[in-house]
Design a binder for this molecule. Structure first.
Ligand SMILES: [Zn+2]
Length: 467
């Protein structure tokens, strides 16, 4: 190597090392994340408050597109002045919040005066015009519900247009005629992969434009973009990126936009074990969105081979919160039992509680549990109801609960009125008097030789050892 080549080589790499790459957003997350969002439960009120700070910033053009069934405002935020138009909408399913968090992280990053990423931001804003619709289903978000207030799935309403939220998105799409579309969702935490127990942190899909035609140019571009994004994600979350199940749904917005010629990708924020508030997933999701916009601004994803899209493993929903393996089930058969948990917002207190349920009983060989226990043929016995009521919750101590479980009781009656949050926030299943019929059952004790090893209440193992 000649001296001059060596010098230019060294100069190139020394310069390079001082340049931020969009990938560095993973490491820099604390420096640009929207600090007012601290958990996954933002509502329309939070969106209104967060948008307030951008109203006087000329980079952000905010307008109200309409309102939800329950009259909550739905906004569009326009940024940039480039030729290529990109439409991104989040949380059309009210219980899928990750992309809304990421959109506000991106806003915060773009608004930063001396951002380390300003070259990339300028590149994006010069080449693209971005149209964000954060939280398309504010009524669903309020209750942590998938559907809107008419109990309709907005993502099955692209053609029928029965919901005001779907009409807002369709109208925005028809006016903007976007070149690229981002259908931003969350998948449930139970998606993983055929070959291992990994959770799927992010899943991607290029929705099909028609039931049988795979060859529209924009669909091919969607695959190329996904291949590009997957390559980047693999550096940070190897073997944790999946392809979401590809079921053609003409009434879904991904398929609708793809069929209209918009290069559309579906992004599903997934799960990382222990990250219940999705703050880790949020970080990868934000980087992914910024990378996607950078790639579209420079069109450098066009070199990717669309066929590599089919190498991304398909997501499989075979994970559970708890699996008790190899136990004698209540029907006498030796087998497994798998439990899952649902998050429910208590309408009285507004607090979120967890409710467990049995997902599968029998053979769970092809499933994985976040927590697993080998019962070595101990007996799984349905928990008993302790019939003598307690005056109130205060009158029952933790030691008393454990002692009841040790005697095979998993359900108790209390005489006071309780919200659902108060009912489900215990190591024993609590039934206010008069509510018994609704949801008794689903709690167990594991017994060997008539001795209780532990209780299973609300899909959690309740230890009794320390008594
Ligand atoms: Zn969804």
């Amino acid at each position: 190597m000649s001296k001059s080549i060596l010098i230019s080589y060294l100069l190139f790499f020394s310069n390079f090392s001082f340049c931020q790459s969009p990938k560095d957003l993973i490491l820099d997350f604390q420096s640009y994340k929207e600090s007012q969002i601290i958990n996954k439960y933002s509502t329309n009120k939070d969106v209104i408050k967060l948008l307030e700070k951008y109203k006087k910033n000329s980079t952000f053009e905010i307008k109200q597109l309409g309102e939800s069934v329950q009259k909550r405002p739905i906004f569009q935020v326009k940024l940039g002045h480039g030729k290529t138009k990109v439409l991104l909408w989040s949380q059309m399913h009210g219980d899928e919040p990750t992309a809304t968090m990421s959109i506000f992280d991106i806003f915060n990053l773009i608004a930063q005066k001396d951002s380390k990423y300003k070259k990339y931001i300028a590149h994006i804003l010069d080449n693209l015009t971005l149209y964000f619709i954060p939280m398309l289903n504010p009524d669903g978000a309020e209750l942590i519900h998938r559907r809107n207030a008419q109990d309709i799935d907005i993502n099955r309403d692209a053609l029928n247009l029965e919901t005001p939220e779907a009409r807002i998105l369709r109208k925005a799409g028809e006016q903007i005629e976007p070149d690229f579309g981002f259908n931003l969702h969350d998948q449930n935490k139970y998606y993983g992969f055929e070959k291992n127990a990994n959770t799927s942190t992010i899943a991607l899909l290029a929705p099909r434009p028609t039931d049988d035609d795979f060859s529209l140019p924009n669909h091919e571009d969607a695959k190329r973009l996904i291949v590009h994004l997957n390559n980047i994600l693999q550096e940070y979350i190897p073997n944790k990126v999946g392809k979401f199940k590809d079921e053609y749904e003409p009434n879904a917005f991904g398929e609708f936009f793809q069929s209209m010629g918009t290069t559309t990708i579906l992004v599903e924020g997934g799960y990382i074990r222990g990250d219940e508030q999705k703050q880790e997933v949020r970080k990868y999701h934000t980087m992914l969105l910024f990378e996607a916009l950078t790639a579209i601004a420079s069109m450098d994803f066009k070199d990717e081979n669309p066929e590599s899209y089919y190498d991304i493993p398909i997501n499989k929903g075979h994970l559970h919160d708890l699996i008790i393996r190899n136990c004698r089930l209540p029907n006498g058969v030796i087998g497994d039992i798998a439990f899952r948990k649902s998050e429910i917002k208590d309408t009285i207190s507004g607090k979120v509680y967890i409710k467990g349920h049995i997902r599968k009983m029998g053979n769970c060989d092809n499933s994985h549990g976040f927590l697993e226990y080998n019962a070595k043929q101990a007996a799984l016995v349905e928990g008993k109801l302790y019939k003598k009521p307690f005056r109130n919750l205060k009158s029952i101590s933790k030691t008393k609960i454990k002692s009841l479980i040790k005697q095979g009781y998993t359900d108790i009656i209390v005489l006071e009125k309780l919200s659902d949050y108060q009912r489900y926030n215990h190591d024993i299943s609590v039934h206010p008097k008069g509510t018994l019929s609704s949801d008794i059952g689903g709690n167990f004790v594991l017994k060997r030789n008539e001795k209780v090893l532990f209780g299973i209440v609300n899909a959690c193992i309740i230890e009794t050892k320390k008594l």
